[in-house]
Write a protein that binds this ligand. Structure first.
Ligand SMILES: *Cc1c(COP(=O)(O)O)cnc(C)c1O
Length: 401
């Protein structure tokens, strides 16, 4: 059967030694709660917020319990209330429409293109239906943000960005998360920096961020933040914004700070792996790899390719053939949700409308994780296996036809 890959698609790298040392220091002093500080001490959480704000250029940053919490918190902070319609990507992961449902709002799904970004024409047609767009930079693919912001600004639609897959990435030099009113990041294990669970919210909008800080459960301690709006921003809000606790703790912040320092280097390593795979699959008949525009400064942590307009049996045979040789592909066109992957038809709490162009893309979309524990040679092996299997399956299909 040829080469077999034996690497593990879900194994991330161990945390750097500096993170271990920082974690030990927090564990030894025991002040894990972000507002539990000794005299003159600045909490690790407050320092992380300050450093993440600086790294993105945002005025304000809030660390929270998860990426999904950051999304829900941003929706509330931007004034979304139960019953509101919120536009979002049909191609994303379940926590995105889930965050909308979590605030009692109604997801309105917008289609995806073959480049795996939001379909601007579909978006333009639906802008009149909602006041907020929760834009997901799904799998790190960034749409033309200049055009998207023009469309949304003209329609008076507030943009909130889901940057769970774009930490460190930018469009035309401006980081993701800095285009919309708020940007939401995840520090969950499968993302770019790893604290098991965790999230970061950035914004330049003092009122929205003051609301977010209060929502996250700051009690009256917001003065201890270093990347929060000034006290005046809280003066009235503190009586009207409910506490919906979802803070980050000092242990997670402590292990994230050294990882944030290493992010640029890690991003380069991820992209080296992405390019090795893309090279390995270049010019393979039947397969297309999304073209990445020059304006898109992406940070790959996964890889996608398309086998468009093939019957489901062919895709299933490719997935099975690759699995038999150790290469784990996720298929967005599967009828049932599997693992972390689900199609929009599985989110039955969201009103369903036909999205035929999106269905065509998802039906041919294969996806894999690209952990940094893979070497460049591993990526070359994976590409050779996919080439072999695709060539074999498509050859047999043609033979049978
Ligand atoms: C992981 C993820 C989230 C949410 O992050 P959690 O930290 O797991 O809550 C949001 N959007 C996308 C696209 C994700 O992959």
């Amino acid at each position: 059967m040829g080469e077999v890959f034996t690497g593990n698609f879900t194994q991330q790298e161990p945390l750097p030694d500096a993170a271990l040392a920082a974690a030990e220091a927090v564990l030894r002093h025991g002040r894990l709660h972000r507002y539990n500080t000794a005299d003159g001490e600045v909490a690790e959480t407050a320092l992380l917020e300050e450093e993440f704000a600086a790294s993105t250029g945002a005025a304000y940053c809030l660390a929270v319990a998860s990426g999904g919490y950051a999304l829900g918190c941003a929706l509330r902070a931007c004034g979304v209330t139960p019953g509101d319609a919120v536009l979002t990507n049909a191609f994303t992961l379940a926590p995105v429409p889930g965050a909308i449902a979590g605030v009692g709002a109604v997801p309105v799904l917008v289609g995806v293109t073959e480049a795996l970004v939001i379909d601007m024409d579909d978006l333009a047609a639906k802008l009149g239906q909602a006041r907020v767009l929760l834009l997901s930079h799904m799998r790190g693919h960034i749409c033309d943000m200049d055009r998207l912001m023009q469309l949304c600004d003209a329609a008076g639609v507030t943009v909130i960005e889901d940057c769970a897959h774009t930490m460190g990435a930018a469009w035309n030099g401006r980081p993701t998360g800095r285009w919309g009113r708020m940007g939401c990041f995840s520090t969950q294990t499968y993302k770019h920096i790893n604290s098991g669970e965790g999230g970061l919210l950035i914004s330049d909008d003092a009122e929205a961020m003051a609301r977010a800080v209060l929502l996250s459960g700051s009690y009256m301690m917001y003065g201890r933040h270093r990347a929060a709006p000034p006290e005046e921003a809280f003066a009235d809000l503190r009586y009207e914004v409910p506490n919906i606790s979802g803070r980050m703790d000092n242990l997670r912040a402590a292990i994230l700070r050294p990882q944030l320092k290493g992010l640029t280097r890690q991003a380069g390593r991820w992209n080296d792996r992405y390019r090795r795979l893309a090279e390995g699959l270049a010019d393979l008949p039947g397969v297309s790899v999304p073209v990445r525009p020059a304006a898109e400064q992406f940070v790959a942590s996964s890889f996608q390719f398309l086998l468009l307009d093939q019957p489901a049996e062919v895709i299933a045979a490719v997935v099975a053939g690759c699995a038999a040789r150790g290469v784990e592909l996720k298929w967005f066109g599967a009828a049932e949700p599997v693992g972390f992957t689900s199609g929009y038809a599985s989110w039955r709490y969201a009103p369903q409308h036909a999205l035929p162009a999106t269905d065509r893309v998802l039906a041919g979309l294969l996806d894999m994780r690209l952990p940094l524990t893979f070497s460049l040679d591993d990526c070359a092996v994976i590409a050779r296996i996919i080439r072999d299997v695709v060539t074999d399956v498509l050859g047999r299909t043609r033979g049978a036809a």
